[in-house]
Design a protein around this ligand. Structure first.
Ligand SMILES: [Fe+2]
Length: 241
């Protein structure tokens, strides 16, 4: 049953970012934030009805192979095939159903299919590096892809990004939109990656690292990683009635 969006005529907003957990807008070691970060304190506004009710994306636009980045071209991409799966929950532990997840990543050699990527590593004609899927009734999602390579990014001398996959989730409303990055366990580059280190608490950083999931591997075919994602809960816990 649909959850109420107002109480006493006032929209029930979503919880605000946790300033202790989320990375600060200005993290000087991540050089781009020096010019990108707001210079003045933010002014929180009450969520409006349009932010808490839209947009809603349906199944229609997602193709059958959009979740499988290894089957979008004539041949298979080079690299280590992996399964990436998990659940999307909200801050009240409810599954976020029927929500769009988009993913983008470098290929196995650490190169994006993008015109501004000049890393001298090969492009793979069989890998675009973008996929999407919709969560099921339990909030589950599953992608098949290849493990991305590390890449250099000139943030500081000899700077390399830890291998990562970018994720975008729409959730149930604009106010729950989340864009994040997922990492792989045991990466040797964590210690010098200012984007990863912008999340200040070690326990919070660990939540950005997927878990190797032997139980979900497919024998003789692909290893699996699990990454659960929590979107904002409502300011007032909604009651289904
Ligand atoms: Fe990236």
């Amino acid at each position: 049953m649909a959850q109420p969006v107002t109480r006493g005529g006032v929209p029930i907003g979503y919880r605000r970012d946790d300033a202790e957990v989320d990375p600060p807008y200005l993290h000087p070691n991540y050089v781009a934030t020096r010019t990108r970060a707001p210079k003045r304190p933010l002014v929180p506004l009450r969520h409006t009805l349009s932010e808490i009710t839209g947009p809603v994306y349906g199944h229609e636009d997602v193709g059958e192979l959009d979740h499988d980045l290894t089957r979008q071209h004539e041949g298979e991409p080079l690299g280590e095939r992996i399964i990436l799966h998990g659940r999307v929950l909200d801050g009240d532990q409810r599954p976020v159903r029927n929500t769009l997840i988009e993913l983008w990543q470098a290929n196995a050699a650490g190169r994006y299919r993008h015109e501004v990527d000049t890393h001298p590593a090969p492009l793979d004609p069989n890998f675009s590096g973008a996929g999407r899927c919709i969560t099921d009734d339990e909030g589950r999602y599953r992608f098949i892809t290849i493990k991305p390579g590390a890449y250099p990014w000139r943030n500081h001398p000899n700077a390399w990004r830890a291998a990562h996959i970018h994720l975008s989730l729409f959730g149930t409303a604009f106010a729950t939109r989340l864009v994040t990055q997922m990492y792989f366990p045991g990466d040797p580059l964590f210690f010098q990656d200012p984007i990863f280190l912008a999340v200040r608490d070690e326990r919070d950083r660990r939540r950005l690292i997927s878990e190797f999931d032997l139980g979900s591997t497919v024998p003789e075919w692909a290893l699996a990683y699990r990454f659960d994602i929590v979107l904002r809960g409502r300011e007032a816990t909604p009651v289904e009635d």
